[in-house]
Design a protein. Structure first.
Lengths: 825, 121
C-alpha cells in the first residue's frame, strides 16, 4: 500500500509503553471472548504497533508501512454480485505485522491471527470460501466508517479498497484525491443513508485513557451497530482491569523494595556475626553492593585524615587513595547525602579525578556515616547503558552503608576502648535503622482516612515498628509491632519481622494469582511460621497488631498477636471499643493459627494503635500512664484530627511522666476515618467573657445568635433552648464554683458550628469542676438546688470535662440541631 | 429589681420582671418577692416577661412555693414562654407547680378550685 492517502504515521505514545504490560495482563484472553461473542474484529494498538489482533471470521486489522489497514470481507449472502477481486484480506498476514517488524511480540498475535484462518477453508486463489468481496481500507483514529458491500455502494468500482473508500468519511475521500469535497460529502450522506439500512460493518476507534494518559487505541470492526454497546462495555472493563493491574504492580514493587532492603539488612547482620574482622565484613558489604545490579562495580572509601582510602572494591583497577574533596564522591561527602547520577553526559566532567568512572553511565554514591561522624562513602557504578540505579537499589545501598557505618564505628570504638561512646553510637545507628526502615512514611494520599504517627525513641532503642500498606483507594493495612529486646539487635530483629511481613504479603499475592489481597489472618500466620525459628533461636518474640481498613464496607479486619489493645472511639455516641484477640505473639509457636476479627466503624471514628512504651510510661511516683489515661486523652481531645490526637497523646504522656525522654520507645499510630460531610465545620467563632454572673445573659445571647445564624433552617427550637440552658448552667458553675465568685477572671468560649451539630468549648483557669461530686437531683420540690448538673447532662448530646493546655480546663458541649436529648429516668 | 404586683380580691399577681431569671438576679428576686409572699396566701407568678430561667431562677421560684405552702398558701404560675416551659419539663417541675396558660385561668383556678385544670399534669 503506498502513501498516496496522505496519512501520518501512527504517533508514538509514551504513556502507552508504561501501561503495555498491564494491558496485556489485564486483557489476556478477553478480546478473543469478546470477539467470538459479538462477531467483531478487535485490535489493540499502542505506540504504532498492533499489540494484538483478534480477527473475526471475516474482518481483520493489520499495520502495513506504519498505517493501519482494515479488511472486511462480505459473504455471498450479504450481496448478490461477486466482487471483482475474490482475494481475501484474511491471509496469513493478519494481525502479525508490526511496523518495526516485531512479529508476534506478545505471543498472542499469531494465535489470535489463527482465528481468522482456522474457521475458513481456503479456496484456490487464496480467498476464503463464502467471502465474495473485500473492503480493504486504511483507517485512523478519527474515522468513523460505515462500510457496505461494494456492490451496494458502487458495483462498477474495480478496486475493492477504492470501493470501501467511496463509502468512508470525507477526510479519507479527500486524501484519495479522487473526489471533490462536495462530492465526498454527498457520497458520505448517501453512504450514511444506505448504512442506516444496510451497513454490514462499522469501524470504530476508541482511544483508551487511564488517569488522563492515552495508553492506546482499540480498533473494532462490528458486524452491526448492536455490537458497539458491547465495545463500550469491554472498554470500561478493560480500563478498570488495567488500572487494577497497575495499582497491584506498583504495590508489589513497593513491597518488594521494602522487603528487599529490610531483608538484606537482617540477613547481612546475621551473616556478618560470623565474620572475623573488619576487612572481611567490608569485603562482604562490597560484594553485596555490586550484586544490586548485574555488572555493577563498587569501591568502599574510608576517610583517613584528608584522604579517602579504598578499603574494599570490585573494580577493573586497584583504586588509589585520593583527596576527599574531589569528584562525585567528594560532592556526596560534602552534601552528606546520597547522590545518583545517570547518563554519560553528566559524568564526563569528572573523568580526570575519578578514573574508574571513565566509562560509567550511571553512578550512586552513598556516604557512610553516623549522625555525628562521616566515615567514608560507598561508590557504585555501571558502564551498561541499560542499567540504571533506581530507588529500590538506592535503598539497598543505603542499608549497606548503614551496615558499613556500624562495622567501622564499632571497630573504631572497640579499639579506642570507649565503651560508653560505643553504646551511644549504637543507639544512634539503631535509631537510624528505626527511623529509616522501621517507621514507614505515612502515605500521603489515603482517601477517606487520615493517619498520623508518633515516635519518641528511647535512650535505648526498642524493637518498635509500624507500617501502613495502601492497597487501593478504599483499603489499607496498619501494622504496629514490638520486638522484645533492646538496642541494635532488637531493631534488626524488627527489620527481620517487617521484611518477613512484606515477603509473606508478596508471596500470598503471587500465590493467589493476585486476584485478591490476602487476608490479615493468612498474612500473620505465614509471617509467624516464617519467623518463629529465628525468633526462638535468639529467645525473642514480637507482638503485633494487624488491621485492615475497608472504607467501602466500613469494616476493620483485625489480627491481634499479643499486642496492646487497639482502641476504637465511636464518635457518634462516644462509645469505646477495645480490639483484642487471643493469639500468641509471633515467634512463640511455629504452627499458631492466627484468627481475625471483623469490627464495624463509622465516619469520623478514631482508632489508636500503640506500643506498651506509652501505657508503661511512668511518673515520678512510679505509676504507669496506663490504658485508661490514653483512652481518656483521646476521648476528651477537642481536636479530633489524626494529627491533633497524636499531639494530644504526646502532650498527655509527657505531662504525666514529667519527662521528654523515655525508657521505652513510644510509638503510636492514629487512624481517623474521614467524617461525613455532615460533620464538616461551617464556621468557628470564639469570644472571651469575664467570670461575672452578669455576663451570663451575654453568653446566652452569643450562643443564641450563633445558632440562629448558622444552624440549618429546619433546626428544632427546643434543641436551641436546651443548648442555651446547658451553656448557661456550665458557665454559672464555672463562675460560682471554679472561680469561687471572683468576677474578674476569664472564660474562653469557642464554638465549632458543624453541619450536624453545634460544638462549644468553654475553658477556664479556676478549680477543676467535678460534676461527679454533685448529689442526684430531687424532683419532688423539696429542694431548691441540685438541678444544674442534671440539666446540663440532659440538655446536650455530649459533655466532656478535661484538663489540657497547662492551666486551662475545658468543658466541651455538643448539641445536635435535632432530636432533643432524651430525659433519663 | 422593681416588681409589679396586682391585687385582685385576695389573689396577688406578681409580674416577674424580665428578661431572665438566672444566677445573677435570682437572689435579688427572692429577697424582693419575700415580703409579698409574707402578706399573701394566694399568689400567681406571671412569667410572660421571662424569656429565660436557669436552675438558680428555678430554685428561687421553688423556694417561693415552699414558703407559701408552709404558710398554708398556694402559688400558681402562668404566662410561661417556651424556653421556660422547656426547663420546667426537663426537671419535671410541671408536676410540682400548677401552671396555667393565662393569668385569667390561674385566677379562675383560685376562685373555684378544680374548675380549670392546670397544664400538663
Amino acid at each position: 500500500m503506498d502513501s498516496n492517502y496522505g496519512f501520518q504515521p501512527y504517533p508514538q505514545h509514551d504513556a502507552a509503553a508504561a501501561f503495555e504490560p498491564q494491558v496485556r495482563k489485564a486483557l489476556f484472553g478477553r478480546p478473543a471472548e469478546f470477539a467470538s461473542a459479538t462477531g467483531c474484529a478487535v485490535a489493540w494498538e499502542y505506540g504504532g504497533l498492533l499489540s494484538w489482533v483478534v480477527a473475526s471470521p471475516d474482518a481483520c486489522f493489520t499495520i502495513e508501512h506504519g498505517q493501519l489497514r482494515m479488511r472486511a470481507g462480505f459473504r455471498q449472502e450479504d450481496h448478490s454480485p461477486r466482487g471483482p477481486d475474490g482475494r481475501s484480506g484474511l491471509d496469513g498476514q493478519s494481525g502479525q505485522t508490526g511496523r518495526d517488524g516485531q512479529n508476534g511480540r506478545d505471543g498472542q498475535n499469531g494465535r489470535d491471527g489463527q482465528n481468522g484462518r482456522d474457521g475458513h477453508e481456503r479456496n484456490e486463489d487464496g480467498g476464503v470460501a463464502g467471502v465474495e468481496a473485500i473492503v480493504d481500507v486504511l483507517v485512523n483514529a478519527e474515522d468513523q466508517l460505515a462500510l457496505l458491500p461494494p456492490s451496494v455502494a458502487d458495483p462498477s468500482v474495480a478496486d475493492p479498497s477504492v470501493a470501501g473508500l467511496s463509502l468512508v468519511n470525507p477526510s479519507l475521500a479527500s486524501g484519495a484525491e479522487a473526489v471533490t469535497e462536495e462530492a465526498a460529502v454527498a457520497q458520505a450522506t448517501v453512504a450514511q443513508a444506505a448504512a442506516e439500512q444496510k451497513a454490514e460493518r462499522e469501524y470504530r476507534c476508541v482511544p483508551a485513557t487511564v488517569q488522563n494518559q492515552l495508553i492506546g487505541y482499540i480498533h473494532i470492526c462490528c458486524p452491526s451497530r448492536l455490537a458497539r454497546s458491547g465495545l463500550v462495555g469491554m472498554l470500561g472493563y478493560m480500563l478498570e482491569m488495567v488500572e487494577k493491574e497497575r495499582q497491584e504492580d506498583s504495590l508489589l514493587q513497593e513491597l518488594s523494595a521494602s522487603w528487599e532492603s529490610l531483608d538484606a539488612l537482617f540477613e547481612w547482620t546475621v551473616d556478618m556475626r560470623n565474620l572475623p574482622n573488619r576487612q572481611e565484613m567490608l569485603n562482604r558489604i562490597i560484594e553485596r553492593a555490586v550484586a544490586v545490579r548485574p555488572g555493577a562495580r563498587a569501591i568502599l572509601w574510608i576517610e583517613e585524615g584528608d584522604l579517602l582510602l579504598p578499603t574494599a572494591w570490585v573494580a577493573e583497577a586497584r583504586p588509589q587513595p585520593r583527596s576527599k574533596s574531589v569528584g562525585v564522591v567528594g560532592r556526596a561527602l560534602d552534601q552528606r547525602n546520597s547522590l545518583v547520577l545517570r547518563r554519560a553526559g553528566r559524568l564526563s566532567q569528572i573523568l580526570d579525578t575519578e578514573p574508574e568512572l571513565r566509562t560509567a553511565t550511571s553512578v550512586v554514591v552513598v556516604p557512610i556515616s553516623t549522625q555525628s561522624q562521616l566515615h567514608g562513602a560507598l561508590e557504585v557504578w555501571s558502564d551498561d547503558d541499560e542499567i540504571e540505579f533506581e530507588s529500590p537499589q538506592l535503598r539497598l545501598l543505603e542499608a549497606l552503608s548503614m551496615q558499613a557505618a556500624l562495622v567501622v564505628e564499632n571497630d573504631r570504638l572497640y579499639s579506642s576502648q570507649i565503651e560508653s561512646e560505643r553504646l551511644r553510637q549504637e543507639v544512634d545507628i539503631g535509631s537510624r535503622i528505626q527511623q529509616s526502615l522501621l517507621f514507614s512514611k505515612v502515605p500521603e494520599r489515603i482517601e477517606g482516612a487520615e493517619i498520623a504517627s508518633l515516635t519518641l525513641p528511647s535512650q535505648t532503642i526498642d524493637g518498635d515498628f509500624y507500617d501502613i500498606v495502601d492497597h487501593n483507594p478504599h483499603c489499607f493495612d496498619v501494622v504496629v509491632g514490638d520486638v522484645m529486646g533492646k538496642g541494635v539487635p532488637a531493631a534488626i530483629l524488627a527489620a527481620g519481622a517487617k521484611s518477613g511481613l512484606f515477603r509473606s504479603l508478596c508471596q500470598l499475592m503471587v500465590d493467589a494469582g493476585r486476584r485478591d489481597i490476602p487476608q490479615p489472618d493468612a498474612i500473620v500466620s505465614k509471617l509467624n511460621s516464617a519467623l518463629a525459628r529465628q525468633m526462638m533461636s535468639v529467645d525473642s518474640f514480637a507482638s503485633m497488631s494487624y488491621a485492615r481498613f475497608n472504607l467501602k464496607t466500613k469494616t476493620v479486619t483485625f489480627v491481634d498477636a499479643g499486642h496492646t489493645k487497639t482502641f476504637h472511639l465511636r464518635v457518634r455516641d462516644h462509645q469505646t471499643f477495645l480490639l483484642q484477640g487471643e493469639n500468641l505473639p509471633l515467634g512463640i509457636l511455629e504452627d499458631e493459627v492466627y484468627q481475625q476479627i471483623a469490627h464495624g466503624f463509622e465516619p469520623g471514628d478514631v482508632f489508636v494503635f500503640y506500643s506498651d512504651g506509652i501505657t508503661e510510661a511512668r511518673n515520678a511516683e512510679g505509676e504507669f500512664y496506663g490504658e485508661f489515661r490514653l483512652y481518656d486523652c483521646v476521648r476528651k481531645s477537642t481536636d479530633r484530627t489524626a494529627d491533633g490526637l497524636v499531639r494530644a497523646i504526646r502532650q498527655s504522656v509527657v505531662s504525666f511522666s514529667g519527662r521528654e525522654v523515655f525508657l521505652d520507645d513510644l510509638t503510636c499510630v492514629v487512624v481517623r476515618i474521614q467524617p461525613n460531610s455532615a460533620q464538616a465545620i461551617v464556621t468557628r467563632e470564639s469570644r472571651v467573657f469575664t467570670s461575672d454572673l452578669r455576663e451570663l445573659s451575654r453568653i446566652r445571647q452569643w450562643v443564641n445568635d450563633l445558632w440562629l445564624r448558622w444552624a440549618p433552617r429546619e433546626h428544632e427550637e427546643a434543641a436551641l433552648y436546651q443548648l442555651v440552658l446547658a451553656v448557661n448552667e456550665v458557665s454559672s458553675n464555672v463562675m460560682r464554683h471554679a472561680y469561687k465568685g471572683d468576677g474578674q477572671q476569664r472564660i474562653r468560649m469557642r464554638a465549632w458550628v458543624q453541619r450536624n451539630r453545634f460544638v462549644l468549648e468553654l475553658a477556664h483557669t479556676g478549680e477543676p469542676f467535678d460534676p461527679q461530686s454533685k448529689e442526684a437531683p430531687v424532683f419532688d420540690g423539696s429542694r431548691e438546688g441540685g438541678f444544674g448538673v442534671f440539666i446540663i447532662e440532659n440538655s446536650v448530646d455530649e459533655i466532656v470535662y478535661s484538663r489540657n493546655d497547662g492551666d486551662w480546663h475545658t468543658i466541651r458541649i455538643e448539641k445536635s440541631y435535632f432530636a432533643p436529648a432524651q430525659e433519663k429516668d | 429589681m422593681a416588681i409589679v404586683t396586682l391585687n385582685l380580691d385576695d389573689v396577688v399577681v406578681v409580674e416577674v420582671p424580665g428578661p431572665s431569671l438566672d444566677a445573677s438576679n435570682s437572689k435579688d428576686f427572692k429577697a424582693e418577692v419575700g415580703s409579698i409572699l409574707n402578706s399573701s396566701q394566694k399568689v400567681i407568678f406571671d412569667l410572660e416577661h421571662l424569656g429565660f430561667v436557669d436552675s438558680s431562677g428555678l430554685g428561687s421560684i421553688l423556694s417561693c412555693l415552699r414558703q407559701l405552702n408552709g404558710a398554708g398558701g398556694d402559688l400558681k404560675l402562668c404566662g410561661m414562654t417556651k424556653p421556660v416551659r422547656a426547663l420546667f419539663e426537663l426537671v419535671r417541675m410541671h408536676r410540682i407547680f400548677e401552671i396555667y396558660e393565662s393569668r385569667d385561668e390561674a385566677l379562675a383556678a383560685f376562685k373555684s378550685p378544680g374548675s380549670v385544670p392546670p397544664l400538663g399534669r
